[in-house]
Design a protein around this ligand. Structure first.
Ligand SMILES: C[S@@+](CC[C@H](N)C(=O)[O-])C[C@H]1O[C@@H](n2cnc3c(N)ncnc32)[C@H](O)[C@@H]1O
Length: 187
C-alpha cells in the first residue's frame, strides 16, 4: 500500500499545488494549546501550509509525509517565505514515526489507526496531540472521504488511550465536513 500511497498522493499534490484542499481547522484548534517553543511534528502534513504557520509561531516544526512532491512544495514555500521547517519522507504504513520526544504532534485528515500508540509514546511529558479527522457522519453529505478514512463516533477517544483529553468535539464544521477535533495531553 505504501508505494501506492506515494504515487497517489504525489499526483494529488502535483495537481493541487496549494496547502489543504478542504479548509482544515487544525491551526485554529491547536494554537490555544501550543507552547511558546519546542519540537512540533505535523504527521502526514504533505504540502499543507500548517507547518509553516507553526514555525512562524516559534515552534521547531517538522512535517513528515509519504509524498515527496508534497514535502517539496512545503520546503519551497518555506524558503520563499523565509521560514524554517524540516521535512521527513516516510511511509507510515511500514516505517516508524520520526524520533521523538515531541512537544506537539498534529494530525489532520489522515487516518492510520495503528499509528496512534506510537503517537502517544512519542510525546514528551506534557506533550500535546491535536487531531482533526472526518467522521462517518460526513457520509450523509459527501461520499468522500471514503469510509476507511473516517472515524466512528467517539472512536478517537479510544485511539488516544493513555492521554488526558483536554478538548473533544464532533460536529458539522464551517467547511461542511463532520469532523472530530481533539486535543489531548500527556501527563
Ligand atoms: C488528506 S491529506 C492531508 C494533508 C494535511 N494534513 C491537510 O490536512 O491538509 C493526507 C496526507 O497523508 C499522506 N499519506 C498518505 N498515506 C501515507 C503514508 N502511508 N505515510 C505517510 N503519509 C501518508 C498524503 O501524502 C497526504 O499528504
Amino acid at each position: 500500500m505504501g508505494a501506492g500511497d506515494r504515487d497517489r498522493w504525489n499526483d494529488k499534490w502535483a495537481e493541487r499545488r496549494v496547502g489543504t484542499s478542504h479548509g482544515s481547522q487544525l491551526v485554529e484548534l491547536v494554537v490555544p494549546h501550543l507552547p511558546e517553543s519546542g519540537r512540533l511534528l505535523d504527521v502526514a502534513g504533505g504540502g499543507s501550509t500548517d507547518s509553516l504557520t507553526f514555525a512562524r509561531l516559534g515552534l521547531d516544526a517538522t512535517v513528515c509525509d509519504v509524498s515527496d512532491v508534497g514535502l517539496i512544495q512545503s520546503r519551497q514555500r518555506a524558503l520563499a517565505e523565509d521560514v524554517i521547517i524540516s521535512t521527513v519522507e516516510v511511509d507510515l504504513d511500514t516505517e516508524p514515526l520520526p524520533a521523538g520526544p515531541w512537544d506537539v504532534i498534529t494530525v489532520a485528515n489522515y487516518l492510520n489507526r495503528d499509528l496512534f500508540s506510537s503517537l502517544v509514546d512519542a510525546l514528551g511529558p506534557g506533550g500535546v496531540l491535536a487531531v482533526v479527522i472526518a467522521t462517518v457522519t460526513n457520509l450523509e453529505r459527501s461520499p468522500k472521504p471514503a469510509r476507511p478514512f473516517l472515524v466512528e463516533q467517539d472512536e478517537i477517544l479510544a485511539l488516544v488511550d493513555g492521554l488526558d483529553v483536554v478538548h473533544h468535539t464532533e460536529t458539522w464544521r464551517s467547511n461542511n465536513r463532520h469532523e472530530a477535533h481533539l486535543i489531548a495531553r500527556r501527563a
